[in-house]
Design a protein around this ligand. Sequence first.
Ligand code: ADP
Length: 530
Amino acid sequence: MSGGTSWQLVLHIFMLPDFRLRQREYLLEISRAMSARLDLSALLELTLRSAVELLAGQAGLITLRRDDGTFSPHASIGLPLQAVPLFEPLWRDLESEENRGAISDMSLRLALASKAAGVPLRQVVALPLDIGGEAIGHIFIFRTRGAAFGSNDRQVLSAFADQAAIAVQNARLYQQVSAERERLDAIIENSGDGVMMINPYRIIQTWNKALVNMTGIPAAEAIGRPCYAVLNLRTPQGVSVCHTACPLVHPPTDGRLYAEGIHHRADGLAITLADNYSPQFNEEGKIVQIIANVRDVTRLREADELKQTLLSVISHELKTPVSIIKGYADTLAREDADWDKETLAEGLAAIEEEADRLDQLINNLLEASRLQAGGVKLRLGMVDLSDMARNIVDKLQTTTDKHTFALEFPEDFPAIQGDYERLQEVLTNLIGNAIKYSPGGGLIRVGGIVGENNTLRLYVSDKGIGISPGDQERIFERFHRVDNRLTRQTPGTGLGLFLVKAVVEAHNGRVWVESTPGQGSVFWVELPLG
Ligand code: ADP
């Protein structure tokens, strides 16, 4: 404190004509300190200092009740710290029925304690810190000399005792509330589900750890922003659910506050989120905040979709060959008909062909679920891909008279380490698709080149319908078929390219497509050499 300020303070105190004014000044200072949230010890010390000064004392002490009902010192001024506990006889049974508030032999107890502590205190005044008729502590003011405290002093002190009681009560409530809050925060923060709290303006107030992991958005980026900006959920068609169908803005008739939609993460991943909202109301029935429980239902929705697709694959793809087989078998078995050898052979060939198709389909389905369960296990050996391609083309050539094939492998095309059967599946699928998806016929080129970085590349090109850029990634997903007329008319399950990709990746390779809709496609497979 500068010299000027301390002079001002002294002048200020001396200039106050009225003692009451000074008291008011002190009490005001304590209230101000209280609202500035000083810690409890600092507040109690400030109260003691003011009271000691006003009562012309030299020392003061505040005790507080502990959980077991006994009292212990909490703040003191004008007393050496180690001496304070020696004054314990003063507050020992202050609260017993017969002593309530004042002990008859207080002076004697003070004299003895002062002697033991080596601190010469002569006079004492004590008042309870009262909350709702219950003493939560006591305030003691001491004089080392001069007259005994009178009723006037007690009256002055009572205002300070009240202030101290309020400060203690506040601090305890605050402690309780913050302990409760910390407990709640910990529950919310560590909940396995995403939890977001928003205010009535849909501004995010809380964003827990599970949400950070789910969405990749840190809490600092989400808190303070509107939820519809942070989690702009969309339908699979791209319509914003948050803008057109937020249940908080357009409450649904069934009262269920639920929203579901796709959230596009910054890392490119799309996840489906399901939000359940529970509004909290105040006494007037106004919404004060809304708790949103957020779950990642991506897998669930994928499984639903898969189930649907599987059902339709089974109903369409499996039913067709079965009914053809049954039709031929019924016809051939008719007792009233006498089939010639040729018709019989034709019928049996059709049955065999359809049974093969069924077998292939079931194998694909089994293979796909095996892949799903545990990856691809390879049986490795040396594989000559140009030889393999020639064999496949020879076989498939017989199934079409619209297409011509060109085999484009260099003489010294190297053999690779690989799983013969699986790689045969890959080429058969790619060449089979080239035929299926170029119904107008045309040239199908199958070739190989030695690529960069010790790799080789295979390609299968056709002059077919092509694939739009939006579908070029998706066709490698399980059950994904491009929705067009030709695909609808062409038998298939959408599993072929999924299997191709899995097998190629198991060989540490990659597969991709280059295509111009209406002009044709080139499927590329890159495999490591040794
Ligand atoms: P499937 O042929 O049984 O439907 P695939 O997984 O082999 O399944 O192929 C997925 C989809 O990719 C096909 O349904 C088709 O729409 C598209 N597709 C595959 N190959 C070609 C191609 N060469 N040209 C055009 N579209 C293709």
